[in-house]
Structure formats: structure tokens, C-alpha cells
Design a protein. Structure first.
Length: 139
């Protein structure tokens, strides 16, 4: 396990390039920071994500690469995202990424407070479990 420090520097685009081309789960992520008050992660999306929400944290998603469509609270307010965009939603807001237009789709995520990896609740439970949704990228 890496030593915890009170400062660090990251190169998000280099980290993003290290993700594999395929994954068994919908997403792979790597935690940059993992504190009780907040977590920072980089994750790659491999397939469209069904409607889901997080009960314990607000989420900020900064688009590093890729393009697709994303909706929050209601599919009718969906729109396209591209590199440089920032998406924000509060805890319990249902959201989905129904279309990947250009790969790889990679986000820099900030969760407040920290997002427990098991905090993924699908609107339709048949769409998956936290284990089929996301897993940490092997270092």
C-alpha cells in the first residue's frame, strides 16, 4: 500500500493512458486520494452505464477524454459531453451515460465525502451490482 502523504502531484492524462483497452466491468477506476472527507479518482467507462445513483456522496466529473451523452435526474435533460466539460450532481440524483460516441471515455472524479466503492444503486436492480459496475484498476 502506498504511503499516505499530506501532499501529492498527479498526471491525470498519463494515468488515463495506462488503462487497458477492455474490461469485464462497465468501469475501471484508480483512486488518487481516498480521504474520509473526499476522494479523487480517474475512471474509464467501457460500456454505456444504466441509470444509477450514489447514496453517500456528491460527484464532480471532469471529462479528460472521449465523448458521449449523459443525463442527470431525468433522461429528457440529457446532453453531449466532451473533453473539458464538468458534470456535477448531488447524492441520490439518478444519472446515466447511455451513449458512448468517441472512446476512450475517461473522467477525473471528485467525490464529497469519499465515495465508498459499493455505493452504486441501480434504478433497475437487474442492471447490475457494485461488483459488475466498477472495480479498481490493478496497479
Amino acid at each position: 500500500m502506498a504511503e499516505k502523504r499530506d501532499y501529492q502531484r498527479f498526471k491525470p492524462h498519463e494515468i488515463a493512458r495506462a488503462f487497458p483497452e477492455t474490461a469485464e466491468t462497465l468501469l475501471l477506476d484508480t483512486y488518487l486520494t481516498d480521504e474520509a472527507s473526499a476522494s479523487a479518482r480517474i475512471f474509464r467507462v467501457y460500456r454505456e452505464t444504466p441509470p444509477h445513483y450514489h447514496a453517500g456522496c456528491d460527484e464532480y466529473l471532469y471529462v479528460l477524454s472521449g465523448r458521449g451523452t449523459f443525463w442527470m435526474r431525468d433522461p429528457l435533460n440529457g446532453g453531449e459531453f466532451a473533453p473539458g466539460d464538468l458534470l456535477f450532481f448531488k447524492r441520490t440524483v439518478v444519472h446515466a451515460l447511455p451513449n458512448i460516441i468517441e472512446e476512450p471515455v475517461v473522467f477525473l472524479a471528485f467525490d464529497t465525502p469519499r465515495r465508498d466503492p459499493k455505493d452504486v444503486i441501480f434504478v433497475n436492480p437487474e442492471d447490475g451490482t457494485p461488483e459488475t459496475f466498477i472495480r479498481r484498476k490493478a496497479e
